[in-house]
Design a protein around this ligand. Sequence first.
Ligand code: C5P
Length: 218
Amino acid sequence: GAVPVLAVDGPTASGKGTLASQLAQRLGYHLLDSGALYRATALAAQEAGVPLDDGEAVAAVAATMALRFDGDTVWLAGQDITDPLRLESTGGLASKVSAHPPVRQALHALQLSFRRLPGLVADGRDMGTVVFPDAALKVFLTASAEERAQRRHKQLLSRGVEASIDSLCADLRARDDRDQNRSVAPLKPAKDAHLLDNSELSIEDSVAQVLSWWQPGT
Ligand code: C5P
């Protein structure tokens, strides 16, 4: 049969990344952080001097970039981009390039190539709706904007970065707004997604909840 996929979608800073990587670890599955592909595309386009509003040109960059994942390290054309990839500013640029249909098209096949035995946990915005519509389980993760801003604030502080909660909250809302209202693959739950609001849940509770829903091959 097909390689099982567990799709985790949701807005910025909802905890998708942490949840997906813990699930992959627990299940012994591969992990696709699809946001990292859009982030890397934005960095590669910038590096090449390609204007981010030129969808076709950015798509050409996406289709040819030499991206390599090596554990927690990410390489682009032989350069370690692990740190710049995670910057808030890079997330904003990723949100811009991801709105271009040709860019999404260019990254489609690359995303499918992560689907290998014994299985895949994929996190992003359109894993359950567009890229893996046949996923065995689709989870749509949410948390209030305030809670997400608090978490992002804590995460940044731990890296020694100062930021106001209000401005983080405003940035999150702007990014959510752009992701939800674009014409292609807008952020929305798949019809058959399980909704999970983790505002009040620990990461362990969230993992346990998703695993209780997980029954591949049935
Ligand atoms: O999840 P992350 O914050 O890394 O994603 C960065 C941006 O990439 C998102 O704001 C979104 O615009 C875009 N993205 C997307 N589709 C995905 C994953 C990310 O459009 N599957």
